[in-house]
Write a protein of this length. Structure first.
Length: 202
């Protein structure tokens, strides 16, 4: 058992400090140059103590990616979703997620994508993240069109997330270009059009 289940404030603070330092190193030096020994030195702790929280390098990287996923979901939780303002909420959600992906957070998702191809633990992490996202989007679709059955809601959630996934990659590429804002608006408008389509789907 690792200290990810640690309940004390001190233990959780130490765990988060490790994740923050891992995040910094991943962004600055990349996955290959991340080492538990370096992080332990940076935080003034022994490698053994650090491994109580994260036994391996990959367990730490996975926790860092999971933390980024929580940040993305947190952006959605901050939005008040009601049937009356659904289209505006969708636009706000899309903009929040695209801005999140366009930031350095996008690098973490790229790490997850690459490692998920051959590592079952990363594949599981990716699957769990999508599970939460699909569930959330399905719930939102239920607010827009409560008459749709669960199968149709889930199908539409997959379409919606597929658009955001593809757009997030393009947003990362266009983040520093003059057309970035116009592209972001186009994606937001597309998402709102999907919502309007859902309302008419029988």
């Amino acid at each position: 058992m690792t200290a990810q289940s640690e309940q004390s404030p001190k233990g959780e603070a130490r765990r988060l400090a490790i994740i923050r330092d891992a995040r910094r190193i991943l962004l600055k030096d990349g996955y290959v140059n991340l080492s538990l020994r370096q992080i332990a030195t940076n935080l003034g702790m022994s490698v053994g103590n650090l491994q109580y929280y994260f036994p391996t390098k990959d367990s730490l990287v996975q926790a860092t990616i999971a933390d980024e996923t929580d940040r993305a979901l947190g952006l959605l939780w901050e939005i008040t979703w009601t049937p009356d303002n659904m289209e505006d909420c969708v636009e706000n959600a899309v903009r929040s997620l695209l801005n999140h992906y366009a930031s350095d957070a996008g690098q973490f998702y790229s790490i997850a994508e690459i490692h998920a191809l051959h590592d079952p633990d990363y594949a599981k992490l990716k699957s769990e993240a999508y599970h939460y996202i699909f569930g959330y989007i399905t719930k939102l679709i239920g607010l827009v069109a409560p008459e749709l059955d669960s199968e149709k809601r889930m199908s539409l959630a997959h379409v919606f997330v597929a658009i955001i996934d593809g757009a997030s990659l393009q947003v990362q590429l266009a983040a520093s270009t003059p057309k970035a804002r116009a592209f972001e608006q186009l994606i937001a408008d597309t998402a709102k059009a999907i919502i309007l389509l859902i309302k008419t789907w029988e």
